[in-house]
Ligand binder design. Structure first.
Ligand SMILES: O=P(O)(O)OC[C@H]1O[C@](O)(COP(=O)(O)O)[C@@H](O)[C@@H]1O
Ligand SMILES: [Mg+2]
Ligand SMILES: [Mg+2]
Length: 335
């Protein structure tokens, strides 16, 4: 039974008792959590708050923005820009980096986020979320900050997590010593630790992939899914179940809760595009959480966290979840 302690106390213990995080990282994470709480309230209001529907604009990736994409982005920026912990931020919804204005104190951290993941699920009242990743500015103490400073491998992350706005609002976090989950207690207005040392089973009978793209997949992915679909009578000798929420946060949350494998692979429709998901603010934070819970995350060829990004909005093929299944598909890519 996990002790019912608040996120604030959990982070203070990580700082003072375990000596794992410095105080400015602790404070930064508290601000991110506060912003997520505020996004959660906006999501909950739904049609009553006038937050549903399209914003009639496009982001840098040419995707139509929803009102909530923009609201969540603004909430995260406004909450974080004046705290003194950050040098700059980057977001799915902004083309370039957002440098903390010099009227505010400057910090040493870089915050990246997908402010609203699963945008296509907003109006249909299905779980959505916010994904975040924290890096350290490479040359601490040096003046200024550039986009180049953000281009670090996922293995350099100092904190990562997501907040899922579903039946419950749950914040899931790692600072490199396992994964913890905090459920928002709306009466108290605080996140309470409800799960510690989250572990993903090595084996699973549940896969998550958008099956409508099947005819476009590369042979290793097609082989893996064909074998799962063949069930008991096939080479795997067991029946598989399938889930696809179309919100990465929700699919990853299920995998952290009960195991499974998630794939958003490269496909041949746009051969030059490595995948759909974004490396720096979707795959890296989720990949680290999965690894911290005992799972594996690859792009089919290499560990996601080892990929050296060349661009802020770089895309990547993603295979993550239960160790033995991810290793199996990754192995199929090598043959
Ligand atoms: O609609 P598709 O192609 O199945 O894509 C679903 C995927 O797209 C995403 O929604 C992309 O995230 P955004 O909503 O932040 O653009 C992932 O969360 C999800 O896994
Ligand atoms: Mg997303
Ligand atoms: Mg998004």
């Amino acid at each position: 039974m996990t002790a019912k302690i608040s996120l604030t106390r959990y982070l203070v213990e990580k700082q003072r008792v375990d000596n794992l995080i410095p105080s400015d990282l602790r404070l930064l994470l508290e601000v991110v959590a506060r912003a997520c709480k505020s996004i959660s309230h906006a999501v909950n209001k739904g049609a009553l708050g006038g937050v549903l529907g399209t914003a009639h604009s496009e982001n840098v990736q040419g995707e139509v923005q929803k009102k909530l994409d923009i609201i969540a982005n603004e909430v995260l920026i406004e909450a974080n820009e004046w705290g003194g912990h950050l040098a700059a931020m980057a977001s799915e919804e902004m083309e370039g980096i957002y440098v903390v204005p010099n009227r505010y104190p400057q910090g040493e951290y870089l915050l990246l986020f997908d402010p609203l993941d699963g945008s296509s699920n907003i109006e249909v009242n299905v779980s959505i979320g916010t994904i975040f990743s924290v890096l350290k500015k490479p040359e601490a103490g040096s003046p200024g900050v550039s986009e180049q400073d953000f281009l670090q491998c996922g293995s350099k992350q100092v904190a990562a997590g997501y907040c899922i706005y579903g039946a419950q609002t749950t914040l899931v976090l790692t600072v490199g010593d396992g994964v913890a989950m905090f459920t928002l207690d709306r009466e108290q207005g605080s996140f309470i630790l409800t799960e510690e040392d989250v572990r993903i089973p090595d084996d699973t009978k549940e896969f998550a992939i958008n099956m409508s793209n099947m005819r476009h997949w590369a042979p290793p992915v097609k082989r893996y899914i064909d074998e799962c679909l063949a069930g008991k009578e096939g080479p795997r000798g067991k029946d598989f179940n399938m889930r696809w929420v179309a919100s990465m946060v929700a699919d990853v949350h299920r995998i952290l809760t009960r195991g499974g494998i998630f794939l958003y692979p490269w496909d041949q429709r746009e051969p030059d595009k490595p995948g759909k998901l974004r490396l720096m603010y979707e795959a890296n934070p989720m990949g680290w959480l999965i690894e911290q819970a005992g799972g594996v995350a690859t792009n089919g060829r290499e560990r996601i966290l080892d990929i050296q990004p060349a661009r802020l909005h770089e895309r990547v093929s993603v295979i993550l979840g239960s160790k033995n299944e991810v290793e199996r598909v990754t192995g199929y890519h090598a043959t």
